[in-house]
Design a protein around this ligand. Structure first.
Ligand code: OSB
Ligand code: MG
Length: 374
């Protein structure tokens, strides 16, 4: 497959509701969409890095720049027959995982398309459907005060829609109370997990020891975004599995974390680890070591959701994903028709490539900057 042309687009998507984590409250998603042309075929990639470097060091701006200045010159005009070959071309570029993830997802989708395979089949997926979970942000009332009542209403609404698992965002001072209230309202059987997005330190171990009493599926990224040492110390002090998100940016990060006992579960976001190629390697390594993984999300567009669904069809994606239909996130999205939620599951497409049609009218309207490179 020859990489003939790359079109880069800086895209902003309004969120239906603000999404608040321990690190920010956002009303718009900023992402980069890549359109890859090879002969008469096109395939789509996404690098969903957000506007500010608050989740990781990357932003939509750096993803756009690195694709334009550093990745495109290395891959344009090249013949690429596997994801391994793509990653050889860009391996010299340090960091910039989401920028690499954007080209990786486009190339993976194109390779699948060329072989007449669905992206899921191309990656080695086996599941026919993926359980959909929902990540519920911190809720505020009209006065701007954090509201547990609104949180409980939001959770009830998602459970009504059929979502299979609830994850809530926590931060210091807002942790034991929301978990207690959710358990009171929905019972001990509700599959529930929490995500701290790096808001705590080892000095907060007591909070996590108390959370042990609530039967959580996992505690996601309690400590610093680059840490695996303190997480190992914390994991020794608590029963609930720690799940790493931000800290795992590469295969070696995953290997080191399992070596040290920093976590018992890994959240794989393919774009956080430079794309599907490394995501599958991490999946396989975790499977060999009896460590379950699940597919996280960045509130990416439906294009990125499709890449995630394909990845989450691999066998060791054992927990519900942070993947959901467009209606969960955006008033307008980039595919048409939207992915449906069926009894709390997302069906894995079997058509060649992405399995959904990109809505190029919506894409054009939501693009603030674009560039075609040959
Ligand atoms: O930590 O998992 C996270 C969204 C943006 C950045 C980081 C995270 C999240 C989510 C939302 O939790 C997951 C989703 O529904 O896409
Ligand atoms: Mg997370």
């Amino acid at each position: 497959m020859k990489i003939d042309e790359l079109e880069l687009r800086y895209v902003t998507l309004d969120l239906l509701e603000p999404f608040e984590t321990s690190f920010e409250r956002e009303t718009r998603m900023h992402t980069v969409i890549v359109k890859l042309t090879s002969g008469d075929r096109i395939a789509w990639g996404e690098g969903p890095a957000w506007r500010e470097p608050l989740y990781s060091a990357e932003t939509a701006g750096t993803v756009y720049l690195v694709l334009k200045e550093h990745i495109a010159p290395r891959v344009l005009g090249k013949a690429v027959e596997s994801l391994a070959e793509l990653h050889e071309l860009i391996a010299g570029i340090r960091g910039n995982y989401m920028a690499k993830g954007a080209i990786d997802t486009a190339v993976a989708t194109m390779l699948a398309l060329e072989r007449g395979q669905s992206l899921a089949a191309f990656l080695g997926g086996t599941r026919k459907k993926v359980a959909s979970g929902v990540s519920v942000g911190i809720q505020r009332d009209d006065e701007g005060e954090i509201s547990i009542d609104l949180l409980l209403k939001a959770v009830a609404g998602f459970l009504d829609k059929g979502y299979r698992r609830i994850k809530i965002k926590i931060k210091p001072g807002y942790d034991l109370e929301p978990v207690t209230e959710i358990r009171k309202a929905f019972g001990d059987d509700l599959p529930l997990q929490v995500d701290a997005n790096s808001a705590y330190s080892l000095a907060d171990a007591d909070v996590f020891r108390t959370l042990d009493g609530f039967g959580l599926l996992l505690i996601e990224q309690p400590l610093a975004y680059h840490d695996i040492i303190d997480h190992a110390k914390l994991q020794k002090q608590i029963e609930t599995p720690i799940c790493l998100d931000e800290s795992i940016k590469s295969f070696d990060d995953a290997r080191h974390a399992l070596d040290l006992g920093s976590c018992r579960i890994i959240n794989i976001k393919h774009t956080r680890v430079a794309g599907l190629y490394h995501a599958v390697r991490i999946h396989d390594f975790c499977a060999e070591h009896g460590v379950p993984v699940w597919c996280g999300g960045m509130l990416e567009s439906a294009i990125g959701q499709c890449h995630g669904i394909a990845m989450a069809s691999l066998p060791n994606f054992a927990l519900a994903a942070d993947l959901a239909p467009s209606e969960r996130y955006f008033p307008r999205d980039l595919i048409h028709p939207w992915i449906p939620l069926v009894d709390g599951y997302l069906e894995v497409p079997t058509e060649p490539g992405l399995g959904f049609d990109v809505d190029e009218t919506a894409l054009e309207e939501l693009t603030s900057e674009k560039l075609t490179l040959r």
